[in-house]
Design a protein around this ligand. Structure first.
Ligand SMILES: Nc1nc2c(ncn2[C@@H]2O[C@H](COP(=O)(O)OP(=O)(O)OP(=O)(O)O)[C@@H](O)[C@H]2O)c(=O)[nH]1
Ligand SMILES: O=C([O-])CC(=O)C(=O)O
Length: 615
């Protein structure tokens, strides 16, 4: 062991601001392995954030924006090879391969630790090692879900402060309870030789996003981007939390939560699972276009659902900020998100810069600026023929800047969920909205959910894939066990209180290539029908896949140039398309073998039956 690493171990033990023995031991162990220049415990204060962001401006990682239009906000530009989650480099290292299942990459945990230990050896040389105590969900929850992220990226520290509750309060409570925490280790994997200047976006060509579900720990190496690096989000709140949820009897899901109140004052909490970049943030910040309806945000990406005392399903958003897709978020499509962003205190990544020191992305304003600096630092004009902002560019903004944030967001016991929507991005086949025939039929809809891939993950875009409950990249264990867990939870819900389930598709196309439904704020019309169905009202027609609205059932008041015929086209069930769909579902289900719950086997058999008798 070198002299400097010995010194670090001693430093950690004697300077740690906590007596939480397991935590101090882990931090010391990591410092010994990664050999940072210093160890810094993050307190989560505004002064600390201001200091770190100022340092990041100095090193060129952040660019301070024009304070008038984007107060206290910054833009970061990543390495072009580090712009999205890397699913191919994401692993679930359970002791046994079968426990990771066919949807996950797997490696033996000891072998993986061996590889990672080599990568992390000296990985933080020349850098500061930051220790971020955090909690997912309210700190006053019955059982706060603690984590500690160690990282060598100040950009990650600043972003984590927006996305999660972090710092001294969390550390003190964790210490007082001597609580378990998820150790989440992150390095950009780009150590600095002494005297070497900082690079604006350090990262490594080799990336590893690794989860050890039995240990409930995370090791992430080589990337500084979003879900690869802000480890409280997808890595903890979905992959590791899904394992905890399986063991403890609850659900950790990739869902937004929206509260919709009717003109009569009746409130409905709607959870919706859509894959990445398929409209969660937009629906969570819905601006209803129908008179008298009010929408409030509870969550935009993750929903932890527990069974309440009366057999109801209760949802909590464990996050503290938004990490939203920038392109397509605009004053006309999502004014609520734009108002939250306009309050400032945000970090943008891979958006374009305007000449007056602001930011811009495709769809932000109707008028396209005449000149920009694109996300890669090049001059850009509307004639450039390429996007100015990266398609997966993001805004990272505190959730409490949303004017429409529900007070219930802060409730540790969450809200009762009255309806669950499953939705994907499909050009054909899937109607605008379909009500499940039953709870089991709804779980079937979720388990066979499909969507075209998006820029949120590295790889091909636009390829249709099955994405069960929008959790394909996020189930931290065997997908067959996951479907069985849903089946088991179903049985524990009160029959009267079970949420109604719907399948939606905002992205269906017409023959001329346009969207079959205007989407965004107009989705409130679909949600109104959903609430009518909850109340046992609203006109619906039976189809082999479930109930769809009759052409007159959607409230189209004030919606120019959209007719009942257009609704009929948007909700049409085409049996030829469904023949291909069923074949694809059967192919998907074959992956599960005997693990497929009987209820879902019955559902696919029933679906085939209904199509054959309706033909
Ligand atoms: N046509 C259409 N596009 C939509 C609609 N809602 C969202 N989008 C587009 O879908 C893209 C992604 O939307 P988001 O709301 O950010 O998606 P998300 O699911 O929150 O994404 P993640 O943060 O990756 O989980 C944006 O380009 C939106 O403009 C809609 O109702 N209709
Ligand atoms: O995790 C990320 O990088 C961004 C995100 O929310 C997603 O991909 O769904």
């Amino acid at each position: 062991m070198s002299e400097s690493s010995t010194k670090q171990v001693i430093d950690v033990q004697s300077t740690a601001p906590t007596s939480h023995a397991d935590l101090v031991a882990w931090v010391a162990e990591v410092a010994e392995m990664t050999k940072p220049a210093e160890v810094y415990w993050v307190d989560g204060s505004q002064a600390e954030y201001d200091r770190l962001t100022a340092e990041l401006v100095q090193t060129g990682t952040l660019r301070k924006l024009n304070d008038e239009t984007f107060p206290n906000s910054f833009a970061a530009f990543s390495d072009p090879a580090d712009v999205a989650r890397v699913e191919e480099r994401t692993f679930i290292c359970s002791k046994e391969e079968k426990d990771a299942g066919f949807t996950n990459n797997w490696m033996d945990p000891a072998e993986m630790k061996g590889i990672l230990t080599e990568r992390f050896d000296g990985a933080m040389a020349g850098r500061t090692m930051y220790v971020i105590p955090f909690v997912m969900g309210p700190l006053d929850a019955d059982q706060p879900q603690y984590g500690v992220e160690i990282t060598d990226s100040a950009y990650v520290v600043a972003s984590m402060r927006i996305m999660a509750r972090i710092g001294t309060d969390v550390l003190q409570k964790m210490e007082a309870e001597n609580a378990f925490f998820v150790p989440a280790l992150h390095s950009v994997g780009a150590p600095l030789a002494p005297g070497q200047e900082d690079v604006p976006w350090p990262c490594n060509e080799e990336k590893w996003i690794v989860h050890f579900p039995e240990e409930r720990s995370i090791w992430s190496y080589g990337s500084g981007y979003g879900g690869n690096a802000l480890l409280g989000k997808k890595c903890y709140a979905l992959r590791i939390a899904s394992v905890i949820a399986r063991d403890e009897g609850w659900l950790a899901e990739h869902m937004l939560i929206l509260r919709l109140t009717s003109p009569e004052g009746k409130a409905y909490n709607i959870a919706a699972a859509f894959p990445s970049a398929c409209g969660k943030t937009n629906l969570a910040l819905l601006d209803p276009t129908i008179e008298g309806w009010k929408a409030e945000t509870l969550g935009d990406d993750i929903n932890w659902m527990r069974i309440g005392p009366d057999g109801e399903l209760r949802g909590v958003n464990p996050e503290y900020g938004l990490f939203g897709v920038a392109p397509g978020t605009g004053w006309s499509t999502n004014p609520n998100a734009m108002r939250a962003i306009a309050k400032g205190n945000s970090i943008f990544t891979n958006v374009a810069l305007t000449d007056d020191g602001g930011v811009w992305w495709e769809g932000m304003t109707d008028e396209v600026p005449a000149h920009l600096t694109d996300w890669q630092g090049n001059d850009w004009t509307p004639e450039s023929g390429r996007p100015a902002a990266h398609p997966n560019s993001r805004f990272c903004t505190p959730i409490d800047q949303i004017d429409m944030l529900s007070d219930e967001y802060y409730s540790p016991s969450g809200v009762e969920i009255h309806a669950i929507l499953f939705g994907g991005r499909r050009k054909t086949t899937i109607p605008l909205v379909t009500e499940a025939r039953s709870w089991a039929n709804g779980v079937f809809m979720g388990s066979t959910l499909s969507s075209e891939t998006t820029a949120a993950a590295a790889g091909a875009v636009g390829v249709v894939r099955r994405d069960p409950m929008a959790m394909l990249p996020f189930i931290g264990y065997n997908a067959g066990d996951y479907l069985n867990h849903w089946d088991k939870i179903s049985g524990q819900l009160s029959e009267e209180r079970r949420p109604k389930i719907f399948l939606v598709n905002w992205f269906r196309r017409t023959a001329d290539g346009g969207f079959a439904w205007p989407g965004f704020g107009e989705n409130s019309r679909v949600l109104k029908w959903v609430t009518e169905r909850i109340e046992g009202q609203g006109q619906a027609q039976q189809t082999p896949i479930g109930q769809v609205p009759t052409p007159e059932a959607l409230d189209l008041t004030g919606l120019a140039d959209y007719t009942a015929d257009d609704v009929a086209a948007a909700v049409a069930v085409d049996s030829e398309e469904w023949k291909a769909e069923i074949a694809d579902i059967e192919k998907w289900y074959a992956n599960f073998g005997a693990a497929l719950p009987q209820s879902l086997q019955d559902e696919i058999a029933g679906l085939k039956d209904r199509f054959s008798t309706s033909a």
